[in-house]
Design a protein around this ligand. Structure first.
Ligand code: ZN
Length: 351
């Protein structure tokens, strides 16, 4: 019992150390695609919240016996949902991304919508729990928010299969379960939270050309808009992962030819199409890092499996943001420019 109390105290101490500016991004539909890039830049300028988060996950892991990478994955998935729907999911705590609406927190039939009493919340089957040991289940406390969600999900057990059931019961949605499993694997593979570096999709310094072509019309396969940037290069130039992520899709598609799709921790899906082939060591479910070769530039697509040469060789690179039930495409061009410049600088500095 004494041990439990000291862990609770440690968690509380960790939560007090967390500093976060608390600004919220506004997303109007007109500036949607610029917003993603702006968010990323803004995030880079803020003080690093990761050490405090890591401390919180580890302490909560000790307390609940749930692996830290699962806790981190849930928090990061929640954060990605809040980023795309900031009005519906305002930031409740200081550093965790968890959003739980008031009714779910106190219980649907609870007459006291501001209830913070753990006993009466439990009575009304609310989710709110007291994780930091101060006697209150507060929806504004990082520890209470994360602890409440994690303990609800872990109610079915703590093996990977139990966890999948708990996630499904909580989210009622297979996509959410898949995302959190993917995030947990990425965290497990690298053992850290700091996984937001990027690389340009082809080696910088080689011969290639690209322009901003997002949203323009295209000819094949009916009326579609162009959801990406085309990087023209010769056949066989290496295609590299732009991010830390996990391979979600690999194989033939009539439009994209041999294509590969990689999910990152921002819940962005990076899509590479028209490849001439794949690096054979990279398969669905594998974790990749920025700059890792996943395939080669080609001109596959626009027909049956193996169709090639219907257009000049190029890499089609698209990025999609997951909004929970749907994904939207946003213009990767500004990010590509940034990653290219950063890589040029690294090359010049001899790194
Ligand atoms: Zn394209």
């Amino acid at each position: 019992m004494k041990l439990t109390i000291s862990i609770v105290a440690a968690i509380t101490a960790a939560s007090l150390l967390i500093v976060f500016p608390g600004g919220q991004a506004k997303a109007s539909s007109a500036v949607k695609r610029q917003t993603e890039a702006a968010n990323e830049q803004a995030a880079a300028a803020e003080p690093d919240p990761l050490p405090a988060r890591r401390g919180l996950y580890e302490k909560l892991s000790l307390f609940t016996e749930i692996p830290w990478n699962w806790i981190a994955a849930i928090d990061q998935y929640e954060r990605s949902m809040s980023k795309v729907r900031p009005k519906a999911r305002p930031m409740l705590g200081s550093t965790v991304g968890v959003f739980i609406d008031q009714e779910r927190w106190v219980g649907p039939l609870n007459p006291n919508t501001d209830d913070s009493s753990p006993a009466s919340i439990r009575f009304f089957n609310g989710i709110g729990r007291d994780g930091d040991g101060n006697g209150h289940a507060e929806r504004t406390s990082d520890v209470d928010l994360l602890y409440s969600l994690v303990s609800r999900v872990a109610a079915y057990g703590t093996t990977e299969d139990d966890f999948a059931i708990g996630l499904w019961e909580y989210y009622q949605n297979n996509r959410s379960v898949q995302r959190i499993q993917q995030f947990a694997r990425i965290y497990a593979a690298f053992g850290r939270l700091d996984l937001f570096e990027h690389a340009f999709p082809v080696p910088v310094g080689t011969n290639y050309a690209y322009n901003s072509t997002w949203g323009t019309g295209r000819s094949w396969g009916g009326r579609r808009t162009h959801e990406g940037t085309d990087i023209f290069a010769s056949h066989g130039l290496p295609v590299r992962s732009t991010c830390y992520g996990i391979v979600e899709v690999k194989g033939w598609n009539p439009y994209g030819g041999w294509r590969i799709g990689i999910r990152d921790l921002n819940n962005f899906y990076h899509y590479y199409a028209h490849l001439s082939g794949y690096d054979k060591t990279v398969n669905i479910g594998d974790v990749v890092k920025p700059g890792q070769v996943v395939g080669w530039v080609g001109s596959s697509g626009y027909g049956k499996p193996g169709t090639s040469g219907k257009f000049p060789p190029h890499l089609h690179y698209g990025v999609y943001s997951d909004r929970g039930l749907i994904e939207w495409s946003f213009d990767p061009y500004p990010m590509l420019r940034r990653w290219e410049q950063a890589e040029r600088k690294r090359i010049r500095a001899g790194k």
